[in-house]
Structures are given as C-alpha cells and as structure tokens.
Design a protein around this ligand. Structure first.
Ligand SMILES: [Zn+2]
Length: 308
C-alpha cells in the first residue's frame, strides 16, 4: 500500500492542554508498525511547549497490533529480565523505601516486579488483557484493566507513596490531567517518576518524523523537559532529579539507530554495521545531558508542613 501524500495543513489548532496557539511541526506515518497508511500531523504549542498529535484516534486498539516485549512464561523469567533493568526502580528507591506503589501502563510488569520485591504493595493500571492476567496471577500484584487510566485514577483513594509512568504517559489522551490526578493520589512526601521520550533529543532534531520514538500515532504527546517541570510545578510537584543519560536512554538510542538502519536495508550485513556507525556518529551529541533519547524524571509532593 502506498502511503498517502504528505500535505502539511495550512491552519494551526489550539493546544489541547492550555488552548494556546500552536504551529505545525511535522507529518508522520506509522513507520514502526505500519498498521496504517495514514499521515498524522503533530503540532507544537507556542505557549506551553507541548508537542501533540492533531487528532487522537478514538479507538487506538488497531494501532497497538503486535504489542511490546513478549510476556515471559514465569515469574523467574521476568525476574531474570528485571535483574538487568534496575534502572527502572533505582530512581524511586533513592527516595522511598516502602509503602504503596501505583504504576500506569506497566505492560509485562518489570517495574511492578522490582517494586514488589523491594517490599512495596503494588497496584497497576494496564489496558492489555494478557498483561493484566500476568500481573495478577504470576507477579501477584493488584492489576486493574482499563483503557482509561485517568478515569480509573479518579475513582481511587489517595495514599500512594510512589507513582510511576514508565514510557506510558505519552500514550494517554490527557497526560496533564493524569499528572494532576497523580499529585492528588500521592501522600505528602510521595514520589512521581516520569520516564518519556525526549523531544529535545539530538535524534529528534536530526531525524524529525523518522525518529523511532515519535512512534506515530501511538505517541499522542511529547513533553520537552522544561514544560514538564513547569506543569508538574503547577500541581505542587517539585523536581528532585532528571537525566537523559541513564541506561534506558542509551538503550532507546540504540533501538532508534537500529530502526533507521533497517529502513535503509534489511540485509544484516549492511544493517548491523550501519546502525553502529549511526550510533557512534551521534554519540557525541547524544551523550550531552539534555540531548539523550529519553529522560527519567523524579518529582516529589512536598511533605505537609507541621502545624505550628
Ligand atoms: Zn499549550
């Protein structure tokens, strides 16, 4: 099937988060999964900095065909994976040693498993039925199946010590409201971990619509770092740390260059040296703090002031 012709729109549309004026940024197709030949327009808000898709498809289900990493067949197999992925839980464990943890969109539950093994009482909100079953029956955490985490969060009682959205916030229809709800659900002193693709990255600047982590149309929004910090600040959340130079950012970067090399040639003999060449060439800029492929940010809801 031939992709439809790219026709940048002549009109700008208001930012869904702040209603500010926006400018057309780019058009992208589903390069990663090729679920459709449609073009998706992305805009950038001149007021708050948010990058957003023009219209969020009503039913995202068909665009998720193929899923993500395979679900392991046992808890032991998941723990083997989790052993190598402590970079997911370490930023939380630097500030919280136990209590109640909520994860939004955990997929197969690597972080849920790490947090459970660290002694937390874990709740997860996940859209995929097979994942929910694995989270409940194999990992043994409280998993709620929902395609609308915001609505689910609105029904929940407060009292979480940590909440995380590990590369899931960009998939949600109104992430700014999810952040607001997370701030409500956190205990004073509670931690919010947000890991997302970095639109300030060297890769996005160079590759634009060919950047793997634009992932149209599954990624509905991209938050540059400063607007994210401002948005969280408006909800009373204070930034504790942020980096684009963690291990996961490097993994994301490698995946991006592999994907680009694959689009040049499917022949392994060409693809394999090519992605390494891309990766090495980009490394100097990519490694600069703020320019990495993804960021991991930790915010805190300040502890309540003691009454005088
Ligand atoms: Zn805006």
């Amino acid at each position: 099937m031939m992709p439809a012709k790219l026709t940048p729109p002549s009109h700008a549309i208001p930012c869904p988060a702040c209603a500010g004026a926006s400018r057309f940024l780019l058009s992208a197709t589903d390069r990663n999964r090729k679920t459709t030949a449609e073009n998706f327009n992305y805009y950038s808000c001149a007021n708050c900095g948010l990058i957003f898709i023009e219209s969020c498809p009503k039913d995202m289900g068909p665009y998720y065909r193929g899923g993500y990493d395979p679900i392991p067949n046992s808890l032991e197999a998941l723990r083997e994976i989790a052993k190598r992925e402590h970079f997911r839980s370490d930023p939380i464990l630097r500030y919280q040693k136990g209590g109640r943890f909520l994860e939004l969109g955990p997929w197969r539950g690597v972080l849920c498993s790490l947090m459970r093994d660290a002694g937390f009482e874990v709740t997860a909100i996940e859209r995929d039925e097979a994942c929910v079953s694995f989270l409940r029956n194999t990992i043994g955490v409280d998993a709620i199946q929902s395609v609308d985490p915001l609505e689910t969060m609105r029904t929940m009682e407060t009292g979480f010590d940590a909440i995380a959205a590990w590369h899931s916030m960009e998939h949600l229809p109104a992430p700014w409201l999810v952040i607001q709800e997370a701030a409500r659900l956190l205990n004073p002193g509670g931690i919010l971990l947000l890991a997302m693709p970095n639109p300030d990255s060297f890769e996005f600047r160079v590759l634009k619509s060919r950047w793997m982590h634009l992932d149209a149309p599954r990624h509905l929004y991209l938050f540059p770092v400063q607007p994210l910090i401002k948005l969280c600040g408006e909800q009373g959340l204070k930034l504790l740390e942020i980096t684009t130079a963690d291990e996961f950012s490097d993994i994301q970067s490698q995946q991006n260059w592999v994907s680009l090399a694959r689009s040049v040639s499917n022949l392994r003999l060409i693809r394999a040296p090519l992605w390494r060449l891309f990766y090495l060439l980009g490394r100097r800029w990519q490694k600069k703090e703020g320019r990495g492929s993804a960021y991991c940010a930790v915010f805190a809801r300040p502890a309540a002031r003691l009454s005088q």
